[in-house]
Design a binder for this molecule. Sequence first.
Ligand SMILES: [Fe+2]
Ligand SMILES: [Fe+2]
Length: 147
Amino acid sequence: MPVALWREQMNLNYPPLDDEHKAFLDVVNQCFLASQVGDFQMIDRVFEKCYDYARNHFSHEEDIMERIQFPDIEAHMRSHQIFIKNVSELRQQYEVAPSLEEKQKLSEKLASFLNVWLLGHILSRDKVFKPYLVRLRNLPPRMNYDL
Ligand SMILES: [Fe+2]
Ligand SMILES: [Fe+2]
C-alpha cells in the first residue's frame, strides 16, 4: 500500500507536467518502501532520481513558466533550488552516516521530506501557474511545442 497518494487537487490538468509529478510520487513511495526494509541500494537510486527530477522536471516547468510569462517565476525557481539544496544536505549526512541504523533513520527522513515537499510544492506553488497554462494555446507554434 503506497504511503504517498495522488489527490485530485494536485492535478494541473496538463498531462506533460501531471505525468512527471505522478512519476515522482512513485519515487517517493519507492523511498518509503526502501527506508522501511533498509534497501540502501534503492535509497542511492532515489537520490539520483531526485537529481533527475530536478534536472528534467524543474527545467521543463521553468521553461513553460517563461513561455507563458508567469509573473512569479523567480520565487518559484528559488523554491526549486531550495529542494536541490535540501536533498544535497540529506545526501551528505547519509553518505557519512556512522551506522546502518543512522542510515536507515536518514532514509526515513528523506522519504518524509520528499512526501511533504512534493505535496506542498504542487499545491502551493505549481497550482499557482495552472490558470496561466491556457496561454500556451495562444503562443505561436514554435513556442507551444508542448501541445
Ligand atoms: Fe515547481
Ligand atoms: Fe512541479
